[in-house]
Design a protein around this ligand. Sequence first.
Ligand code: C5J
Length: 228
Amino acid sequence: MISTVSVDAEPYAFDFDPMQSALLIIDMQRDFLEPGGFGEMLGNDISRLRCTIEPNRQLLAAWRSARLKVIHTREGHRPDLSDLSPAKKKRSRSQTTIGDIGPMGRILVRGEPGHDIIPELHPFSGEPVIDKPGKGAFFGTDLQTILQNCGIRKLIVTGVTTEVCVHTTVREANDRGYDCLVLEDCVGSYFAEFHAVGLKMIRAQTGIFGWVSDSARTLSALTRAGLC
Ligand code: C5J
């Protein structure tokens, strides 16, 4: 029985008990990542997010084959938009905004094609999917209840975007007592400088928000531990 996996990371090794840890994949949704989606419609360079798909796919395959816990999140709102605050609606100021008809259905509305997770990383049945109305995965969701009930203490965090939903979630997790490892090739931003600084902020001051590593070092730690 493996008790600890040790991942080479910054600012120092991230050690985790695989039975008390979960892979948390943030918002790998079609509207953010796919050609013709809302993200691209706003003029963003989606290749900066799409480069995270393959490392996430490999990590997810290893995680599943080791039978470890995976949790997915999606940012989005109820079809009647009753969980969309006026402030969030106002701040998404482009001509086409949350709830409007976009290239892949109503933008960031649950059940619409663009709100779905990309096929490469689509959840398997039995894997929890957290529908979140905000940037952080803890706000307005039952994520904390699920983590507590499953005995999860540490999170390996991937997804998009580095400085928005990934960062907010890591900060929320940090304040709730969870240790977070963020994998730099598995998180992405439309803005290169925000990605770089976002990661730097996480590992600064001996890991003020957590640890940073990458998929290769994580996979090699799983292999060393005999988990893949
Ligand atoms: C996420 C966003 N998922 N950038 N959303 O980061 O609005």
